[in-house]
Ligand binder design. Sequence first.
Ligand code: C2E
Ligand code: MG
Ligand code: MG
Ligand code: MG
Length: 291
Amino acid sequence: ADARRSGERVGVWTTGMAAVRPWELALHAELRSAIDQGELELYYQPMAQAATGQIVGVEALMRWRHPSRGLLPPGSFLPMAERSSLIVELTWWELDEALHQCARWRAEGIPVAVSANLSPRLLVVDALPKVVAGRLAAYDLPPDVLTLEITENALVSQPARAAAMLSELRVSGVKLSMDDFGTGYNSMEILKALTFDEIKIDRSFVVDAQGSLPDMAIVRSVVDLGHRLGLRVVGEGIEDESSERILTELGCDVLQGYAVSVPLPARELTPLLAAGSRSAPAAGPGPDSPD
Ligand code: C2E
Ligand code: MG
Ligand code: MG
Ligand code: MG
């Protein structure tokens, strides 16, 4: 018999939703309790001004310190969270944690800006601007310390609602960044319709720019386009000195990637932020250093 007509399948499919796999239900319950158990962490990756090496901001990247499976990257649990309303709770936690850390750094005299990634699902959650404003006020932070990163694909499903949400956020003073620029299919249309403050050129162009004339031409054009629109242009996934040099020569304003620093827990990043620049000399060996 045709499997698609078999009655057994009906129960696992819900109209308009992806299949819910049994292992996902277990993971979902675990992730739900992970929030309350304090198993989620934000790592922070610095962004450095290309011309000076000065650190101008950090991007918050979520990790799950799972009790038996170790430190899990967001790609292993966020997609599942995004298929349910769990992503909303995770986002409230993420925003609170990122802004709390931003306030701690400011209290230590480190005025670093924080970027947080926003799941596409949140663009139709009406409470978002209120929650953002509430968290900023709770930590006594001006809105422009926060940049929200959105991938262009976020705007595909309900474009009008998403656009209204983004302009409400921007009017509140929060900055907006278009993440993974160039990977969607309607980048130009989105740039035309919405006001961003920054674009982040996707790592795939950065990686391929080494020795590839078409990729170099694309990066150069994106930088030029960004600048003509008055936007800050960030290159992501800068892994080595050669891509660092190429992206700088192509006019990128800000560099982010392993060449600057891997994402780190806040306390490990603090000395680098306090020094202000990625080119600052590393601290000497401590008193209990092995040699
Ligand atoms: P993204 O926003 O494009 O973040 C950049 C990703 O590239 C991060 O992966 C980062 O660790 C990685 N990366 C940074 N520098 C380099 C490099 O030089 N080379 C290479 N190969 N990779 C580099 P990560 O942390 O695994 O995050 C993956 C994606 O998950 C992020 O992509 C973002 O879309 C999403 N994400 C992360 N944290 C959150 C969060 O708190 N909320 C939401 N909604 N999404 C998040
Ligand atoms: Mg991002
Ligand atoms: Mg990105
Ligand atoms: Mg990316």
